[in-house]
Design a protein around this ligand. Structure first.
Ligand code: ZN
Length: 298
């Protein structure tokens, strides 16, 4: 008797779920797909794109959604006001022109949004240095080459894992008051030979000037490195990191929890540097973005 009841119950249960899921699918298809709202329709090379999605009607699908851009998927994260957001760093290597984002549910594109990448109008920066300094960035011996590679890997590893929550609050702040000597994205030539783009902002200040954290976070690197000298990297959560290079002294250690405005070190000229200054960078999802975008975005 029990067995019969069971065998009767199971098909009914399956039928119930089939009806329920088809009703749910009908409801989903009746609702327009969520729209992506962008903080700007025209983002500069090296700029920050913030995408917001209103999921008031469909909060239960947030986990199934990602935003795809340039062959990469970005997860949605819920902010304090209950909105779902993602931040996309637009690399300074991407060419100006029209671009689009795709909103993906599972494997299916359910909506798209257009935006334009506009020219960063980056300046040229010419540095002339002595051979002893040049060989730091253009090693001529295997030991220096090996150390440079090892330290690049350390930096990459430090930014490889981020706290899965937002540690920062409100706008980022300038870590130091001083004169900007090289802007973000500048095309850098060293001894008339093309080097790279300038990944951050150089701020000149006297040796010993206090350097403060741009926002709350956790120290993931505090070390004396060949190229960037005494360097600090802070994880602000959600794959946002700030870095502070060429310091004279380090006041913090790996694992330290840092408050916005806290003194983390002092300005110097260590590593590949021609005078006391701070090289300040911010990366979002592994992409260098213009730090000034985080001073004005939140
Ligand atoms: Zn620099």
């Amino acid at each position: 008797m029990k067995k019969t009841l069971f065998s009767l119950k199971r098909p009914m249960l399956i039928l119930f779920f089939l009806i329920a899921s088809s009703l749910l699918n009908q409801r989903l298809s009746a609702i327009a797909p969520p729209e992506m709202e962008l903080n700007t329709g025209h983002v500069k090379q090296g700029g920050l794109l913030i995408v917001q999605i209103n999921l008031e009607d469909l909060p239960f699908i947030a986990e199934q959604l990602t935003i795809s851009f340039n062959d990469r998927h970005y997860p949605l994260r819920r902010n304090e006001s209950g909105q779902y957001q993602t931040m996309i760093g637009i690399s300074y290597w991407l060419k100006p022109g029209n671009q689009h984002l795709s909103l993906i549910q599972g494997e299916k594109i359910i909506n798209t949004a257009q935006f334009e990448i506009i020219a960063g109008n980056f300046k040229n920066s010419y540095l002339y240095v002595e051979a002893s300094l040049e060989k730091i960035i253009r090693p001529r011996d295997p030991q220096t080459e090996k150390r440079k590679k090892h330290e690049s890997a350390l930096i990459k590893k430090a930014r490889g894992k981020s706290v899965p929550e937002k540690l920062w609050a409100d706008n980022f702040s300038w870590p130091l008051a001083g004169k900007i000597t090289t802007g973000f994205g500048a095309t850098r030539y060293v001894n008339d030979q093309l080097q790279s783009r300038h990944s951050g902002i150089d701020i000149a200040a006297p040796t010993g000037t206090e350097i403060t954290a741009s926002n709350h976070g956790v120290v993931v690197l505090a070390a004396d490195l060949l190229v960037t000298g005494k360097t600090i990297i802070i994880d602000h959560g959600y794959e946002v990191f700030s870095s502070y290079s060429h310091l004279n002294s380090l006041n913090v250690a790996v694992g330290d929890k840092i408050q916005k405005g806290q003194i983390i070190g002092r300005c110097g000229s260590t590593g590949f540097s021609t005078g006391p200054h701070l090289h300040w960078t911010i990366t979002v999802g592994g992409v260098y973005v213009n730090p000034t975008d985080l001073i004005s975005s939140f």
